[in-house]
Write a protein that binds this ligand. Structure first.
Ligand code: GDP
Ligand code: MG
Length: 349
């Protein structure tokens, strides 16, 4: 699948992260551009659309939230598949869902988001346009719509049933005894790199795609302690409100964990770092993981030396139960020290 990416100006600061999000699902990005103006009907200007029509790709990924008419109009104009940032993030969530329940919640969110699109598509499908958009080709959009509606009812029922089962499972897992250590952090902070550094598991890491898609829990043995290390989907910037519940569902492993490793890219400007730390603490509070022991891992010290100002600044923003350690996952600096800290924290429980 060859994709072309359109990124709104507001994400200019996070260009690398936005592209990394796309790469999580689509490895073959043939090009991208940052766009400014917004067209009410088609999101992109007529000139941009003309340009895109001449380019070779199969799918357009617009890293913004599109209204249903905008998305459908873009499909009609460009004559290729189009997805927006919300649909992309939902795909990423689906891949990371740690349980059947999380997956169901994500599917429900996707249905809710897709139904208005299909409704809009029905209008055009009658004119014979939009062939195959959203995978509805074989059915026709009206049948597709009905099918989705039925699926929604089924998913709702199943989610309810699962809630009960899960409570029992959770207790069983606790009794198994191994503590859980989860790695969280923003896209590109180095979660997977840290996971690899600790597990010494030679797995490909970003910018390679499909980095965190495969099973991401690993049993680690250190001294006389065993624990399960988990690489999570982490925090994605600017989650659209419609899918916030689904987002929290992907973080359920964090709620059930014994220790949180929050990894931060310290080669970023200090205000971004502080902003990320505050936002992630806010998210942790929302999902009920606040107050758990945490270690802040300041990653990429090979790129930038840690200075005491930064350490002091970060110290102001973290809690009593939390501490800081600078590392380089790529160079393997301080990973052993981190392991020791994990060990101490786990045994202090
Ligand atoms: P994730 O999105 O949090 O899982 O981040 P990844 O582990 O995939 O890493 C994102 C990018 O940061 C990759 O290009 C890594 O090579 C790079 N990276 C990770 N750790 C380090 C580090 O210690 N130093 C440097 N310079 N780059 C790193
Ligand atoms: Mg990763």
């Amino acid at each position: 699948m060859r994709v072309y990416v359109v990124i709104p100006k507001k994400y200019n600061r996070f260009l690398e992260e936005e592209l990394a999000l796309v790469r999580t699902i689509y490895r073959d990005i043939v090009g991208y551009e940052v766009v400014g103006g917004r067209n009410n009907k088609t999101y992109l200007s007529t000139r941009k659309i003309e340009k895109l029509r001449a380019l070779e790709f199969n799918k357009l990924v617009v890293m913004d939230r599109l209204r249903p008419p905008q998305l459908i109009n873009l499909v009609r104009e460009i004559k290729r598949d189009v997805i927006d940032r919300v649909l992309l993030i939902l795909e990423i969530f689906a891949i990371h869902a740690g349980s059947r329940e999380a997956l169901l919640q994500i599917e429900l969110a996707k249905l809710k988001y897709t139904l208005p699109l299909v409704k809009e598509a029905i209008r055009y499908a009658k004119l014979g346009e939009l062939h195959g958009f959203l995978g509805a080709g074989r059915y026709g959009y009206e049948k597709y719509y009905l099918m989705l509606k039925k699926k929604e009812v089924r998913l709702r029922r199943e989610t309810e049933n699962l809630r009960l089962v899960r409570e029992i499972q959770r207790r069983a897992r606790r009794e198994l005894g191994l503590p859980h250590v989860v790695i969280v952090g923003y896209t590109c902070a180095g979660k997977t790199s840290l996971f690899n550094a600790i597990t010494k598991l030679a797995r490909p890491i970003g910018p390679e795609p499909f980095t965190t898609l495969t099973p991401k829990a690993f049993r680690v043995n250190y001294k006389d302690t065993n624990f399960i290390l988990i690489d999570t989907v982490g925090f994605i910037r600017d989650i659209p409100p419609e899918i916030i519940e689904a987002f929290y569902a992907t973080l359920e492993e964090v709620v059930e964990s014994d220790l949180i490793i929050n990894i931060v890219d310290i080669s970023k400007p200090i205000h971004s770092i502080v902003e990320e730390i505050n936002t992630s603490r806010e998210i942790l509070r929302k999902i009920g993981a606040h107050g758990k022991p945490a270690i802040y891992v300041l990653n990429k010290i090979d790129k930038i030396p840690v200075n005491t100002n930064l350490l002091e600044e970060i110290n102001k923003h973290i809690g009593d139960n939390e501490e800081i350690i600078p590392v380089s996952c790529i160079r393997g600096v301080n990973i052993d020290l981190l392991l020791e800290k994990i060990y101490v924290k786990l045994n202090r429980r």
